[in-house]
Design a protein around this ligand. Structure first.
Ligand code: KG4
Ligand code: ZN
Length: 348
Protein backbone atom coordinates (compact mmCIF):
# COMPACT_ATOMS: atom_id res chain seq x y z
CA UNK A 1 0.00 0.00 0.00
CA UNK A 2 1.50 3.39 -0.91
CA UNK A 3 1.29 6.10 1.78
CA UNK A 4 -1.27 8.09 -0.24
CA UNK A 5 -3.59 5.14 -0.62
CA UNK A 6 -3.76 4.46 3.11
CA UNK A 7 -7.29 5.21 4.27
CA UNK A 8 -7.54 3.67 7.72
CA UNK A 9 -5.44 3.40 10.86
CA UNK A 10 -6.22 0.71 13.41
CA UNK A 11 -5.43 2.04 16.89
CA UNK A 12 -4.85 -0.03 20.00
CA UNK A 13 -4.98 1.23 23.59
CA UNK A 14 -4.21 -0.80 26.71
CA UNK A 15 -2.26 1.60 28.91
CA UNK A 16 -4.29 1.13 32.08
CA UNK A 17 -7.55 -0.71 32.67
CA UNK A 18 -9.46 -0.32 29.41
CA UNK A 19 -8.79 -2.58 26.46
CA UNK A 20 -9.65 -0.54 23.39
CA UNK A 21 -9.36 -0.52 19.62
CA UNK A 22 -10.60 1.93 17.02
CA UNK A 23 -10.50 2.56 13.30
CA UNK A 24 -9.96 6.17 12.24
CA UNK A 25 -9.89 7.51 8.70
CA UNK A 26 -7.62 10.20 7.26
CA UNK A 27 -10.19 12.94 7.97
CA UNK A 28 -10.13 11.91 11.66
CA UNK A 29 -13.59 10.35 11.42
CA UNK A 30 -13.92 7.56 13.96
CA UNK A 31 -15.22 4.59 11.96
CA UNK A 32 -15.45 2.42 15.08
CA UNK A 33 -14.36 2.53 18.69
CA UNK A 34 -14.61 -0.43 21.04
CA UNK A 35 -13.77 -0.09 24.73
CA UNK A 36 -13.83 -3.08 27.09
CA UNK A 37 -13.86 -1.67 30.60
CA UNK A 38 -12.33 -3.65 33.47
CA UNK A 39 -14.34 -1.69 35.99
CA UNK A 40 -15.94 -4.77 37.57
CA UNK A 41 -12.56 -6.53 37.97
CA UNK A 42 -11.03 -3.74 40.06
CA UNK A 43 -14.09 -2.43 41.89
CA UNK A 44 -13.60 -4.53 45.03
CA UNK A 45 -10.01 -3.29 45.36
CA UNK A 46 -10.92 0.40 45.15
CA UNK A 47 -8.27 0.93 42.46
CA UNK A 48 -6.62 -0.70 39.46
CA UNK A 49 -4.60 -3.86 40.25
CA UNK A 50 -1.84 -3.98 37.60
CA UNK A 51 -1.56 -7.79 37.40
CA UNK A 52 -5.31 -8.25 37.02
CA UNK A 53 -5.34 -5.51 34.37
CA UNK A 54 -2.59 -7.19 32.27
CA UNK A 55 -4.30 -10.57 32.36
CA UNK A 56 -7.62 -9.07 31.34
CA UNK A 57 -5.94 -7.25 28.43
CA UNK A 58 -4.49 -10.56 27.20
CA UNK A 59 -7.95 -12.14 27.18
CA UNK A 60 -9.72 -9.19 25.59
CA UNK A 61 -7.33 -7.64 23.10
CA UNK A 62 -8.16 -9.86 20.10
CA UNK A 63 -11.97 -9.78 20.50
CA UNK A 64 -11.77 -5.99 20.93
CA UNK A 65 -9.70 -5.58 17.73
CA UNK A 66 -12.09 -7.91 15.91
CA UNK A 67 -15.03 -5.89 17.18
CA UNK A 68 -13.50 -2.62 15.99
CA UNK A 69 -12.92 -4.02 12.49
CA UNK A 70 -16.45 -5.47 12.30
CA UNK A 71 -18.08 -2.25 13.54
CA UNK A 72 -16.14 -0.32 10.89
CA UNK A 73 -17.27 -2.82 8.24
CA UNK A 74 -13.64 -3.51 7.36
CA UNK A 75 -11.13 -6.34 7.34
CA UNK A 76 -7.45 -6.32 8.21
CA UNK A 77 -6.57 -5.89 4.54
CA UNK A 78 -8.13 -2.39 4.63
CA UNK A 79 -5.80 -1.25 7.39
CA UNK A 80 -2.82 0.85 6.27
CA UNK A 81 -1.09 1.45 9.61
CA UNK A 82 -1.23 0.29 13.22
CA UNK A 83 -1.10 2.83 16.04
CA UNK A 84 -0.50 1.84 19.63
CA UNK A 85 -0.25 3.65 22.94
CA UNK A 86 3.24 2.93 24.27
CA UNK A 87 3.45 5.53 27.05
CA UNK A 88 2.79 6.30 29.84
CA UNK A 89 0.95 3.56 31.73
CA UNK A 90 1.24 0.24 33.50
CA UNK A 91 4.13 -1.69 32.00
CA UNK A 92 2.33 -5.04 31.81
CA UNK A 93 -0.79 -3.47 30.32
CA UNK A 94 1.14 -1.46 27.73
CA UNK A 95 3.07 -4.55 26.65
CA UNK A 96 -0.11 -6.43 25.73
CA UNK A 97 -1.24 -3.72 23.32
CA UNK A 98 2.24 -3.26 21.92
CA UNK A 99 2.68 -6.98 21.26
CA UNK A 100 -0.65 -7.15 19.43
CA UNK A 101 0.23 -4.03 17.43
CA UNK A 102 3.69 -5.25 16.43
CA UNK A 103 2.33 -8.61 15.37
CA UNK A 104 -0.32 -7.00 13.17
CA UNK A 105 2.16 -4.53 11.66
CA UNK A 106 4.55 -7.37 10.85
CA UNK A 107 1.94 -9.71 9.42
CA UNK A 108 0.16 -7.02 7.40
CA UNK A 109 3.44 -5.35 6.43
CA UNK A 110 2.16 -1.89 7.36
CA UNK A 111 3.79 0.91 9.39
CA UNK A 112 3.71 0.90 13.17
CA UNK A 113 3.10 4.22 14.94
CA UNK A 114 3.81 4.90 18.62
CA UNK A 115 1.26 7.03 20.43
CA UNK A 116 1.69 8.90 23.70
CA UNK A 117 -1.52 8.25 25.62
CA UNK A 118 -1.53 11.68 27.30
CA UNK A 119 -0.98 13.51 24.03
CA UNK A 120 -3.84 11.47 22.60
CA UNK A 121 -6.09 12.69 25.45
CA UNK A 122 -5.29 16.27 24.40
CA UNK A 123 -5.74 15.44 20.73
CA UNK A 124 -9.29 14.31 21.50
CA UNK A 125 -10.10 18.04 21.75
CA UNK A 126 -8.64 18.61 18.28
CA UNK A 127 -10.80 15.80 16.92
CA UNK A 128 -13.94 17.20 18.50
CA UNK A 129 -13.15 20.72 17.29
CA UNK A 130 -12.86 19.53 13.68
CA UNK A 131 -10.08 22.06 13.05
CA UNK A 132 -6.56 22.91 14.13
CA UNK A 133 -6.51 24.24 17.69
CA UNK A 134 -2.76 24.41 18.32
CA UNK A 135 -0.82 26.14 19.86
CA UNK A 136 -2.62 25.43 23.12
CA UNK A 137 -2.26 24.53 26.75
CA UNK A 138 -3.24 20.88 27.16
CA UNK A 139 -4.52 19.63 30.49
CA UNK A 140 -4.99 15.92 31.17
CA UNK A 141 -6.73 15.18 34.41
CA UNK A 142 -7.50 11.54 35.08
CA UNK A 143 -7.05 8.71 37.56
CA UNK A 144 -3.38 8.45 36.67
CA UNK A 145 -2.45 11.97 35.57
CA UNK A 146 -2.74 15.63 36.33
CA UNK A 147 -0.51 17.05 33.62
CA UNK A 148 -0.21 20.43 31.98
CA UNK A 149 1.43 20.67 28.56
CA UNK A 150 2.44 23.51 26.34
CA UNK A 151 1.46 22.19 22.92
CA UNK A 152 3.15 24.21 20.20
CA UNK A 153 1.82 21.91 17.49
CA UNK A 154 0.17 18.47 17.36
CA UNK A 155 3.63 16.92 17.42
CA UNK A 156 5.37 19.15 19.97
CA UNK A 157 4.24 18.70 23.55
CA UNK A 158 6.20 20.05 26.50
CA UNK A 159 5.25 18.90 29.98
CA UNK A 160 5.08 22.07 32.10
CA UNK A 161 3.33 20.80 35.21
CA UNK A 162 2.32 17.63 36.97
CA UNK A 163 1.45 16.22 40.36
CA UNK A 164 4.12 15.53 42.94
CA UNK A 165 1.99 12.80 44.53
CA UNK A 166 -1.58 11.70 43.72
CA UNK A 167 -3.44 12.42 40.50
CA UNK A 168 -6.70 14.38 40.85
CA UNK A 169 -8.84 11.38 39.86
CA UNK A 170 -6.96 9.21 42.33
CA UNK A 171 -7.82 11.71 45.07
CA UNK A 172 -11.49 11.52 44.06
CA UNK A 173 -11.30 7.71 44.20
CA UNK A 174 -9.57 7.65 47.60
CA UNK A 175 -11.93 10.17 49.16
CA UNK A 176 -14.89 8.19 47.82
CA UNK A 177 -13.42 5.17 49.59
CA UNK A 178 -13.01 7.10 52.86
CA UNK A 179 -16.61 8.33 52.63
CA UNK A 180 -17.81 4.94 51.36
CA UNK A 181 -19.83 6.42 48.53
CA UNK A 182 -18.82 4.06 45.70
CA UNK A 183 -16.29 3.36 42.94
CA UNK A 184 -15.20 4.91 40.63
CA UNK A 185 -15.00 7.79 43.04
CA UNK A 186 -15.33 10.79 40.72
CA UNK A 187 -18.96 10.35 39.65
CA UNK A 188 -19.91 9.18 43.19
CA UNK A 189 -18.37 12.25 44.86
CA UNK A 190 -19.97 14.55 42.30
CA UNK A 191 -23.40 13.01 42.95
CA UNK A 192 -23.13 13.15 46.74
CA UNK A 193 -21.64 16.68 46.63
CA UNK A 194 -24.79 18.02 44.98
CA UNK A 195 -26.53 17.81 48.36
CA UNK A 196 -23.62 19.31 50.31
CA UNK A 197 -22.26 22.74 51.21
CA UNK A 198 -18.89 23.37 49.48
CA UNK A 199 -18.04 25.97 52.15
CA UNK A 200 -18.75 23.66 55.11
CA UNK A 201 -15.08 22.71 55.57
CA UNK A 202 -12.08 24.73 54.42
CA UNK A 203 -9.78 22.06 53.00
CA UNK A 204 -6.19 22.87 51.93
CA UNK A 205 -5.53 24.10 48.40
CA UNK A 206 -1.88 23.21 47.87
CA UNK A 207 0.27 25.58 45.73
CA UNK A 208 -2.85 27.63 44.88
CA UNK A 209 -1.17 31.01 45.23
CA UNK A 210 2.26 29.90 44.02
CA UNK A 211 3.54 30.36 40.47
CA UNK A 212 4.72 26.78 40.13
CA UNK A 213 2.66 24.57 37.86
CA UNK A 214 2.56 21.64 40.22
CA UNK A 215 -0.19 19.80 42.01
CA UNK A 216 -0.33 17.91 45.28
CA UNK A 217 -3.41 16.17 46.61
CA UNK A 218 -2.05 13.94 49.36
CA UNK A 219 -2.42 16.64 52.06
CA UNK A 220 -6.01 17.20 51.01
CA UNK A 221 -6.70 13.47 51.11
CA UNK A 222 -5.29 13.26 54.66
CA UNK A 223 -7.34 16.31 55.69
CA UNK A 224 -10.49 14.57 54.42
CA UNK A 225 -9.53 11.39 56.27
CA UNK A 226 -9.01 13.24 59.56
CA UNK A 227 -12.22 15.22 59.11
CA UNK A 228 -14.17 12.02 58.51
CA UNK A 229 -12.57 9.71 61.06
CA UNK A 230 -10.81 12.03 63.51
CA UNK A 231 -7.20 13.08 64.03
CA UNK A 232 -5.12 10.14 65.36
CA UNK A 233 -4.28 10.63 69.06
CA UNK A 234 -6.78 13.45 69.47
CA UNK A 235 -9.46 13.31 72.13
CA UNK A 236 -11.80 15.26 69.91
CA UNK A 237 -14.36 12.99 68.31
CA UNK A 238 -15.24 13.65 64.65
CA UNK A 239 -18.81 14.65 63.86
CA UNK A 240 -20.97 11.62 63.04
CA UNK A 241 -20.90 10.73 59.35
CA UNK A 242 -24.53 11.47 58.64
CA UNK A 243 -25.73 11.75 55.06
CA UNK A 244 -25.51 15.54 55.36
CA UNK A 245 -21.99 15.44 56.82
CA UNK A 246 -20.78 13.12 54.05
CA UNK A 247 -22.32 15.44 51.45
CA UNK A 248 -20.63 18.48 53.05
CA UNK A 249 -17.23 16.75 53.09
CA UNK A 250 -17.65 15.61 49.46
CA UNK A 251 -18.72 19.09 48.31
CA UNK A 252 -15.89 20.81 50.23
CA UNK A 253 -13.33 18.34 48.88
CA UNK A 254 -14.56 18.76 45.30
CA UNK A 255 -14.44 22.55 45.65
CA UNK A 256 -10.83 22.40 46.89
CA UNK A 257 -9.70 20.18 43.99
CA UNK A 258 -11.50 22.25 41.38
CA UNK A 259 -10.14 25.55 42.76
CA UNK A 260 -6.59 24.29 42.30
CA UNK A 261 -7.16 22.71 38.88
CA UNK A 262 -8.73 25.87 37.47
CA UNK A 263 -6.09 28.17 39.00
CA UNK A 264 -3.22 26.14 37.53
CA UNK A 265 -4.84 26.11 34.07
CA UNK A 266 -5.08 29.88 34.23
CA UNK A 267 -1.46 30.19 35.36
CA UNK A 268 -0.35 27.94 32.51
CA UNK A 269 -2.23 30.07 29.95
CA UNK A 270 -0.67 33.22 31.41
CA UNK A 271 2.86 31.88 31.74
CA UNK A 272 2.95 30.56 28.18
CA UNK A 273 0.89 33.35 26.61
CA UNK A 274 -1.63 30.90 25.16
CA UNK A 275 -5.25 31.59 24.32
CA UNK A 276 -6.51 28.03 23.91
CA UNK A 277 -7.07 25.45 26.65
CA UNK A 278 -7.73 21.77 25.83
CA UNK A 279 -8.90 19.49 28.61
CA UNK A 280 -9.15 15.71 28.58
CA UNK A 281 -9.15 12.70 30.92
CA UNK A 282 -11.85 11.20 33.12
CA UNK A 283 -12.00 14.04 35.67
CA UNK A 284 -12.91 16.42 32.83
CA UNK A 285 -16.35 14.82 33.13
CA UNK A 286 -16.80 16.66 36.44
CA UNK A 287 -19.62 19.18 36.12
CA UNK A 288 -18.19 21.71 38.60
CA UNK A 289 -14.78 21.62 36.91
CA UNK A 290 -16.37 22.17 33.48
CA UNK A 291 -18.44 25.07 34.74
CA UNK A 292 -15.51 26.75 36.48
CA UNK A 293 -13.20 26.27 33.48
CA UNK A 294 -15.83 27.84 31.23
CA UNK A 295 -16.10 30.87 33.51
CA UNK A 296 -12.33 31.22 33.89
CA UNK A 297 -11.59 31.01 30.14
CA UNK A 298 -14.44 33.41 29.32
CA UNK A 299 -13.05 35.97 31.76
CA UNK A 300 -9.49 35.43 30.56
CA UNK A 301 -10.49 35.55 26.90
CA UNK A 302 -9.32 32.06 25.99
CA UNK A 303 -10.96 29.33 23.92
CA UNK A 304 -11.92 26.21 25.90
CA UNK A 305 -12.09 22.73 24.39
CA UNK A 306 -13.21 19.88 26.59
CA UNK A 307 -13.28 16.50 24.91
CA UNK A 308 -16.76 14.93 24.72
CA UNK A 309 -17.39 12.15 27.24
CA UNK A 310 -16.69 9.23 24.91
CA UNK A 311 -13.31 10.75 24.04
CA UNK A 312 -12.56 11.95 27.60
CA UNK A 313 -12.21 8.61 29.30
CA UNK A 314 -9.73 6.06 27.98
CA UNK A 315 -10.38 4.96 24.39
CA UNK A 316 -8.42 4.15 21.25
CA UNK A 317 -10.14 6.67 18.95
CA UNK A 318 -8.06 9.52 20.38
CA UNK A 319 -5.02 7.70 19.01
CA UNK A 320 -6.09 9.45 15.79
CA UNK A 321 -3.10 11.62 16.68
CA UNK A 322 -1.17 8.87 14.89
CA UNK A 323 -2.29 10.45 11.59
CA UNK A 324 -0.06 13.44 12.48
CA UNK A 325 2.91 11.06 12.68
CA UNK A 326 1.79 9.18 9.58
CA UNK A 327 1.65 12.35 7.49
CA UNK A 328 5.16 13.27 8.63
CA UNK A 329 6.50 9.77 7.97
CA UNK A 330 7.28 9.19 11.64
CA UNK A 331 7.11 5.45 12.02
CA UNK A 332 8.38 3.10 14.70
CA UNK A 333 10.61 0.07 14.25
CA UNK A 334 9.60 -3.38 15.42
CA UNK A 335 11.97 -3.10 18.38
CA UNK A 336 9.72 -0.36 19.79
CA UNK A 337 9.39 -0.62 23.57
CA UNK A 338 6.98 0.74 26.15
CA UNK A 339 7.81 3.77 28.34
CA UNK A 340 5.75 3.52 31.53
CA UNK A 341 6.83 6.92 32.93
CA UNK A 342 6.27 10.49 31.77
CA UNK A 343 8.39 12.14 29.10
CA UNK A 344 9.01 15.85 29.66
CA UNK A 345 9.42 17.11 26.12
CA UNK A 346 8.63 15.36 22.90
CA UNK A 347 9.07 16.96 19.55
CA UNK A 348 8.84 14.92 16.37
O1 KG4 B 1 -9.25 8.97 32.03
P1 KG4 B 1 -9.84 7.91 32.90
O2 KG4 B 1 -11.05 7.19 32.42
O3 KG4 B 1 -8.81 6.81 33.23
C1 KG4 B 1 -7.50 7.07 33.58
O4 KG4 B 1 -7.28 7.29 34.79
O5 KG4 B 1 -6.64 7.08 32.66
O6 KG4 B 1 -10.15 8.63 34.30
C2 KG4 B 1 -10.70 7.94 35.37
C3 KG4 B 1 -10.75 8.88 36.55
C4 KG4 B 1 -11.17 8.17 37.84
O7 KG4 B 1 -10.28 8.54 38.86
C5 KG4 B 1 -12.56 8.72 38.09
O8 KG4 B 1 -12.89 8.79 39.46
C6 KG4 B 1 -12.46 10.11 37.48
O9 KG4 B 1 -11.70 9.93 36.32
N1 KG4 B 1 -13.78 10.67 37.15
C7 KG4 B 1 -14.28 11.77 37.72
C8 KG4 B 1 -15.60 11.93 37.21
N2 KG4 B 1 -15.82 10.92 36.31
C9 KG4 B 1 -14.68 10.16 36.29
N3 KG4 B 1 -13.77 12.62 38.64
C10 KG4 B 1 -14.54 13.63 39.05
N4 KG4 B 1 -15.81 13.85 38.62
C11 KG4 B 1 -16.37 13.04 37.70
N5 KG4 B 1 -17.62 13.25 37.29
ZN1 ZN C 1 -6.10 8.09 30.16
Amino acid sequence: MSADSVKFILAIESSCDETAAAVIDRDLNVRSSVVASQYELHRDFGGVVPEIASRAHVRRILPVIDGALKDAGLTLSDIGAIAVATQPGLVGSLLVGLTAAKTLALVLDVPLIAVNHIEAHIYACRMAAGRDIFPAIGFVVSGGHTNLYDCTSPVDFELIGSTIDDAAGEAFDKVAQILDVGFPGGPAIQRVAEQGDPKAIRFPRTFLKEDRLEFSFSGLKTAVLYTATGVPGSHEKPLPLTEKRVADIAASFQAAVVDVLVAKCRQALEQRGRKVLCVGGGVAANALLRDRLEKMTRRYGAELHIAPMALCTDNAAMAAIAWESFCRGHFAELDLDVTPGLVRHRKQ
